[in-house]
Design a protein around this ligand. Sequence first.
Ligand code: NAD
Length: 285
Amino acid sequence: MNAQILDGKAYAQERKQKLMEEIHSLKSLTHEVPRIFSIVTGDDPASYSYATSQQKTAESVGIHYELKIFDLHSSQKDVLKLIHELNGYNDVHGIIVNKPLPANMDFKTIINAITPLKDIEGMNVLNFGRLLLGEEGIFPCTPSAALELLKSSGIGLKGKKALVIGRSEIVGKPMALLLLKEDMTVTVCHSKTIDLPSMTRQADVVIAAIGKPELVKGDWIKEGAVVIDVGINQVNGKLVGDVDFMSVRPKASYITPVPGGVGPVTAVMLMSNALKAFKIQRSII
Ligand code: NAD
């Protein structure tokens, strides 16, 4: 067997087209488009370049995007002041806080200052709580992207065994909760797990969100499993995932590549969350 590729780039393109059409038709109805505000703090070039790519994606689907940059002399109080203002603006539907933040700022304090309806990254404690309770809400983009790609394989998820490697708040934990919401039987592994390969070998679906280049090997994978690689690692100037693609592909039925897998879909999920936030705020859903 040689796994079929779950092509994130192509999927993201289709998803963007659908978003664009929906935003266009909502504009005819409401005379408005979603408007989102992205905050960059400090001088990290990665944060700025991520914001630039968000802007491109937003504008390509018809979402109005504004960027606010706080320099290194800014304080957490300055950022919180802006967030409180944006919370109160009826025509701002989503707020993004780009990471990393400078040492004088605390991500949790800042993200929790965003009103949950405008928390389009799904990182606010209330949205997290909704996910935990299995309720509807706005959920983190990367695990949502991984789930969409997994579903695009067409395999039924109900009752199957899913193994999530990684328990971070941004990927692993929400991933496990999203899979549980799909009625999967979910196991979470992490850096303290004993004998990870014996765990992965039992799984019908493996989601790797570790941050360790090509850690997951072919002989860790059950024949025919679906493997979703969330990892993004730079090795000798090349991007690689957490999965050893060459050895895993012959064992799996479906696999996501890196680059071109979960990454491009994540960017679109942020815009999908922005649209959802807009619709909730305008009582359209
Ligand atoms: P993190 O460092 O916050 O968490 C990594 C997790 O992996 C931890 O829970 C840790 O316990 C676990 N882990 C570490 N070593 C392990 C090992 N040897 N065995 C088992 N578990 C181990 O990272 P993160 O923010 O969750 O990101 C994970 C990966 O996903 C990174 O490569 C990151 O770059 C990537 N990522 C991709 C996207 C995307 O859009 N595709 C978005 C966010 C993160």
